[in-house]
Design a protein around this ligand. Structure first.
Ligand code: 5GP
Length: 145
């Protein structure tokens, strides 16, 4: 799908929001959901999405929803730093297929990085063990301010 088009209400993140597809929640409030990426590029890779916005990408999102998303990204990155003690945290966001996007419900990636440890390629990481994801989500959630 290109940068332009209609929101698909059956995209995988919409289905996660509806509870049709299981996911491992880190935290949520009325506006955002933060959950573990099931194909993590590094240990602790989280995804941050809006519950209400039907924006497929950054170009479409309403400023208020974007503000809430960025606030949630910062809160998540701080908790990831506290819980997992990475050397860095990459925040990534892709727009349109040519821009590297594969799921067309706007989202931010929060990816902890460690010196000397390679990050797996975007779209090339194996599926994680669900028990490990649940344990990581619990550690990150405990570190939330
Ligand atoms: P994008 O390529 O659109 O920037 O990122 C989509 C992300 O969603 C990828 O990192 C991919 O691993 C993740 N993803 C795809 N399908 C699922 C799923 O069913 N559950 C979860 N938790 N993550 C998914």
């Amino acid at each position: 799908m290109s940068l332009r088009g209609d929101y698909d209400p059956d995209n995988i993140f919409a289905r996660i929001l509806r509870g049709d597809v299981p996911s491992v929640t880190v935290w949520e409030d009325d506006n955002v959901l933060v959950f573990m990426d099931v194909f993590p590029q590094s240990e602790g890779h989280c995804l941050v999405i809006s519950k209400a916005s039907k924006a497929r990408n950054l170009l479409e999102v309403e400023p208020k929803a974007l503000g809430r998303l960025i606030g949630a990204v910062q809160r998540t990155a701080r908790a990831v730093e506290k819980a997992l003690n990475p050397d860095g945290v990459a925040v990534m966001q892709f727009n349109g297929e040519a821009g590297g996007q594969t799921v067309f419900h706007l989202h931010f990636h929060v990816v902890p990085r460690w010196e000397g440890r390679e990050m797996k390629g975007h779209g090339h990481a194996p599926m994680a063990d669900m028990d490990e994801l649940r344990a990581l989500a619990g550690r990150i959630a405990t570190a939330l301010d």
